[in-house]
Design a protein around this ligand. Structure first.
Ligand code: PEP
Length: 247
């Protein structure tokens, strides 16, 4: 079964109305491969503004949400709030949430469970740190992260997995196509053995970590790389070239 290529932009804590106008303007004025599913992850406060000016061939995505629908959780937003504002996607478990805000595998799994039950589509991020890769623990780490989620959720229908080695995020050091393909292949095998073969076959596994217009072309050629999650370059016109990397 062909998996639809997926390219997500993660704006992180960047942007102003003026900068968002500029990003939307280059997204509107160029060719975007219509076979690619495109989403942009926007800071909460700008979700509604961005949605009001974004072309309809691009979807919009929150960058985080909490594990309950409402309550005394100052500073948090819920899946229900995202959906109430017409935001269908959310990123959960980004390495910046895991490492700066100390979100555990358990919390990420609980948030994923609640987001799915609420009806959101989710980009779940996993990936090893440099010292974990260097000590041969990449597999152990990504399997542990994915297992925490698999133990909690009932359906993988609305999920995209983003494999994002922490050492490649925002560092300018991209994993090679072979390194990424190897991990994606292992993740698919893990899913076939621990979830089911049809989920393993249909689930999109995308790569994130210093993706640029140049390296996207070779990465996109690998059979188990189903797209990208893009930080820095998603704020620039190069994002268009990444979206069109397979053209
Ligand atoms: C990210 O934020 O998910 C990311 C991969 O960032 P960058 O592309 O800047 O490395």
């Amino acid at each position: 079964m062909a998996r639809k290529f997926f390219v997500g932009g993660n704006w992180k804590m960047n942007g102003s109305k003026k900068e968002i106008d500029d990003i939307v303007s280059f997204l509107k004025n160029d060719f975007l491969d219509p076979t690619v599913e495109i989403v942009v992850g926007v800071p909460s406060i700008y979700l509604s503004y961005t949605k009001s000016i974004l072309p309809t061939n691009i979807n919009i995505c929150g960058q985080n949400c909490y594990k309950f629908a409402k309550g005394a959780y100052t500073g948090e937003i819920s899946p229900a709030m995202l959906l109430d504002n017409g935001i269908p996607w959310v990123i959960i478990g980004h390495s910046e949430r895991r490492n700066i805000f100390k979100e555990s595998d358990e919390l990420i799994a609980e948030k994923t469970f609640h987001a799915i039950e609420s009806g959101l589509k989710i980009i779940i991020c996993i990936g090893e740190k440099l010292e974990e890769r260097e000590s041969g623990k990449t597999e152990e780490v990504v399997f542990r992260q994915i297992k925490a989620i698999a133990d909690k959720i009932k359906s993988w229908n609305n999920i995209v997995i983003a494999y994002e080695p922490v050492w490649a995020i925002g560092t300018g050091k991209t994993a090679t196509p072979q390194q990424v393909q190897e991990v994606h292949d292992k993740l698919r095998t893990w899913l076939a053995e621990n979830v089911n073969p049809s989920t393993a076959e249909s689930l999109r596994i995308i790569y994130g970590g210093s993706v640029t217009a140049d390296n996207a072309i070779n990465l996109a050629k690998e059979k188990d790389i189903d797209g990208f999650l893009v930080g820095n370059a998603s704020l620039k016109p190069d994002f268009i070239k990444i979206i069109n990397a397979r053209k």
